[in-house]
Design a protein. Structure first.
Length: 409
């Protein structure tokens, strides 16, 4: 790459879309600064157990790409960092960033675990078994600042006195790749979230049942640690609903089918029922995936949106009231666990709209690419609802468009 044509690009978001765009740009000879507000890279995909439709482990490709990213000399990674100001100056973008250094420096941490061993408050934990590079973090909200961990650390990686670090840099362009978040379902009380420990969102269920999670892949109830007899997966919980999210969240049908199939695979006795509005399996091999039989049984599909989900007295299960629109019958069924799918939106939806440097957003919180120079490149859930495969494709597209924009300038 001719240095005169090389650009420097700021990527906001360190999930699969941001990582993909950064790797593509760096492979073409362009300098990249990747900003991620959390201490670790990977975004929401780092929480996933498996990826559909291959059922491969989510962390394997993610770990490989993060290592490639950190080893690339053209990529500078800024974790625990937020962009505080963005503005165009003379055809370039001025960015002001603030890094809040973590208590444990991942560059010095050797993952020996001595800090966790001396912590009396259980405030030191790993962000995940498969995080790269491996490190520990301090949950400052429960830490009592005894600093016994500081004394125990053999590499002096722990320092409670670190201060915020400010930096200002210039870039040719910005790519928004800030991913998704689960949207609060409290405006929709009919779903019963928070009324019973076994009513949970899809990402909570993923954390609870993941092979690398707290239960090592076991499918058990939160209420009593006993295996459930049946699980209901509720689609469009908050999505396609003018009271919360008017759009289809795009990933939820396949995500529920994956979770249901893996629940049966791990415990063939469990019966899984998916309540859906429309079964949207848009992607290569997606429909075939939805029709698979696992352990001699298939996930039961019922077209209907439950009108009321409520705990039974004495926590004796969870009742779901619904109309089966295929039979036109109204029924009430009892389940041991309920998983709510659909309440996911752009992470730009709230907080960055309040900042003066925010990209121009649609009413649903997605970047409006045709609005101004700061908003013209986005990918993944910053642009529109998208699953992992689609987000990576969009990331490559955003990288190419950023390169072409530099050549035209």
């Amino acid at each position: 790459m001719n240095s005169a044509n090389a650009s420097s690009v700021l990527i906001i978001g360190g999930g699969v879309a941001g990582i993909g765009a950064a790797l593509d740009l760096a492979c073409c000879g362009h300098a990249v600064h990747l900003v991620e507000k959390e201490q670790i890279l990977g975004g929401q995909v780092a929480r996933l157990d498996k990826l559909y439709p291959t059922d491969h482990c989510a962390f394997c490709p993610l770990w490989t790409d993060i290592k490639k990213l950190r080893d690339n000399p053209l990529v500078t990674v800024h974790t625990s960092t937020e962009v505080k100001e963005l503005k165009r100056e003379g055809g370039r973008v001025h960015a002001a960033m603030v890094k809040k250094p973590p208590v444990i420096d991942e560059g010095l941490c050797v993952f020996c675990g001595r800090c966790a061993g001396v912590c009396t408050e259980a405030a030191i934990e790993t962000p995940g078994e498969h995080v790269y590079p491996p490190t520990y973090l301090v949950r400052e909200e429960i830490c009592n600042r005894c600093e016994e961990c500081v004394k125990a650390c053999p590499t002096k990686a722990i320092d409670f006195q670190r201060r915020e670090e400010k930096s200002e840099l210039m870039f040719d362009d910005v790519i928004w790749a800030s991913g998704f978040m689960e949207v609060d379902l409290s405006p929709l009380p009919e779903f019963g979230l928070g009324k019973h420990p076994d009513i949970m969102t899809a990402m909570e269920f993923e954390d609870w049942t993941g092979e690398a999670g707290v239960n090592r892949g076991a499918i058990i109830k939160k209420s009593n640690s006993i295996a459930p007899r049946n699980i209901a997966f509720i689609q469009c919980a908050g999505a396609r609903d003018q009271r919360l999210l008017s759009y289809c969240s795009a990933v939820c049908c396949m995500h529920a089918l994956k979770q249901a199939q893996w629940s049966i695979r791990r415990n063939p006795v469990i019966q899984c029922v998916v309540f859906y509005t429309d079964l949207r399996t848009v992607g290569r091999d997606y429909y075939d995936y939805s029709q698979r039989e696992i352990s001699g049984s298939r996930v039961r599909l019922i077209r209907g949106r439950p009108s009321h989900i409520y705990p039974l007295p004495g926590r004796d299960g969870i009742a779901i009231k619904f109309e089966n629109t295929m039979t036109q019958k109204r029924e009430i069924w009892k389940f041991d666990m309920v998983v709510l799918n659909g309440n996911i939106g752009s992470s730009l939806r709230k907080k960055d709209q309040e900042k003066h440097f925010s990209p121009v957003l649609s009413g649903e919180g997605f970047v409006n690419a045709a609005s101004d120079d700061i908003s013209r490149f986005s990918c993944g859930f910053s642009a529109a609802p998208a699953d992992v495969a689609e987000s990576v494709i969009q990331a490559s597209s955003a990288a190419v468009r950023a390169i072409l924009a530099k050549r035209k300038s």
